[in-house]
Design a protein around this ligand. Structure first.
Ligand code: HAM
Length: 418
């Protein structure tokens, strides 16, 4: 019987790792200068946390969570996203008592039982960013500038479009909800059964529906932009004004409601046209009521998450990244040379050089083949003859050039050339 990975779960193989590393390294560099600190939260949380924060009627909570009971009968879930966990940690560890703004990021796997397809997995990874404590639009602009800077640095921003919306606040959204429900009630017969249910429980979710007849109904639906209160309008205008100042292109998309219930005011997504239907590479927004809703102080917050699989897919289309080979391969011929090579190798590794050799008794041709396969930059060839003459050849694999190296102080000589 051959075991295979569970459907929707996949291995990330060494060839792909340079793309993951590039993304993580560039993200960490940016987060450092924007003042974000790393937080690591557990993968498992109490199910109720996700129900309360993401919302009972969202697809994520109602259909996609990996939920199970532990031996004591408690309902636990694998995290489908990171925001709820970070907010829980922020409250539980009283991070708000540190005063001022708290800026946190985390990187890790999330789990959603969705139908697997291109760009959509059941275990996927996010780079997640949350900023707590500032209610003003400057934080919104800061985060959006930061995410666009990151995508510029990795060479992907040109192919992405930034969609922006404001979902209003508890003052203005109820009015919009009322008008929307009235409109949708009139068109109820054209809505799919899911949306007919959403209409009762959470009408804004109808905007997320992909069914054509629902999309047709939505074409003439009322727009949240027309119902924002003055304060939300001002907030949203400031965000847009700042983005224009930084020459960041965006389009206001009043249908962008996001798939999670906690959002207030600014929401945004970065879309690509290169990955088929799974076109969102990143998404986020403000969620000013969530900390309080989960039992913490009344603290505003905003954040976003980048889908790493989708970003890596785009990176692979754009860039050719290869695993760097060893600095040196020692092709040792004969028992004596192998023993010497082994001690040189350990010494050079101690000094931070990546060195490889063959442990088995193999001929030069086989060893050169292995050096080639490893993409070694240089090969040192040492046999009995070389040991007795105390000189050996060092071959540069890119040019084929060969130089002689003194074996009496081999590690020093090698260090000078690699
Ligand atoms: P989200 O839009 O659900 O937001 O997910 C963010 C990104 O994760 C998506 O844009 C997508 O690139 C990626 N993603 C989501 N589901 C999958 C999947 N099944 N397979 C592959 N990639 C996927 C959130 O999760 C919010 N917590 C973001 C946030 C942080 N809002 C405020 N703070």
């Amino acid at each position: 019987m051959e075991f295979t990975a569970v459907k929707g779960f996949k291995d990330i193989l060494p060839d792909e790792i340079p793309y993951w590393n590039l993304l993580e390294e560039e993200a960490k560099k940016i987060f450092k200068v924007y003042g974000f600190q790393e937080i690591r939260t557990p993968i498992v949380e109490k199910t109720e946390l996700f129900k309360r924060s993401i919302g009972q009627e969202t697809d994520i909570v109602s259909k996609e969570m990996y939920t199970f009971q532990d031996s004591k009968g408690r309902s636990l879930s694998l995290r489908p996203e990171a925001t709820a966990s970070v907010v829980r940690a922020y409250i539980q560890n009283r991070l708000y008592q540190k005063g001022g703004v708290q800026k946190l990021y985390s990187i890790g796997p999330m789990f959603r039982h969705e139908r697997p397809q291109k760009g959509r997995f059941r275990q996927f990874h996010q780079i997640n960013v949350e900023e707590f404590g500032d209610p003003g639009p400057m934080s919104d602009a800061e985060l959006i500038v930061m995410i666009t800077e990151l995508f510029k640095r990795i060479g992907l921003m040109e192919g992405l479009s930034l969609n922006l919306n404001s979902l209003g606040c508890p003052l203005c959204r109820p009015k919009f909800r009322e008008v929307l429900v009235k409109y949708l009630e009139e068109k109820k017969q054209y809505l799919c059964s899911d949306c007919q249910r959403r209409l009762e429980l959470n009408p804004l979710r109808v905007f997320d529906c992909k069914v054509n007849s629902c999309q047709d109904v939505l074409n003439d639906a009322p727009s949240i932009s027309d119902y924002l209160c003055d304060s939300c309008k001002e907030h949203f205008s400031y965000v847009q004004y700042t983005l224009k100042e930084f020459e960041i292109n965006f389009c206001v998309n009043p249908k962008l409601v996001r798939g999670l219930d906690y959002y207030t005011r600014t929401t945004f997504e970065l879309h690509t046209s290169e990955l088929g239907t799974q076109n969102a590479v990143a998404g986020g927004g403000r969620y000013d009521g969530l900390v309080k809703l989960l039992g913490g102080p009344d603290q505003p917050a905003i954040g976003f998450a980048i889908g790493m699989e989708r970003t890596v897919e785009l990176l692979k289309k754009k860039k050719q990244l290869q695993i760097q080979g060893p600095d040196l391969f020692i092709a040792a011929l004969g028992e004596e040379a192998r023993k010497k090579a082994f001690s040189w190798m350990i010494e050079l590794r101690r000094d931070g050089f990546w060195v490889e050799m063959e442990y088995e008794d193999k001929g030069l041709k086989a060893q050169m083949k292995r050096a080639d396969r490893l993409c070694a930059k240089k090969v040192l060839i040492v046999g009995e003859d070389e040991l007795s003459k105390k000189r050996a050849a060092l071959r540069y694999m890119d040019t084929g050039k060969q130089v002689e190296i003194e074996l009496s102080n081999i590690t020093k000589a090698i260090k000078e050339v690699i």
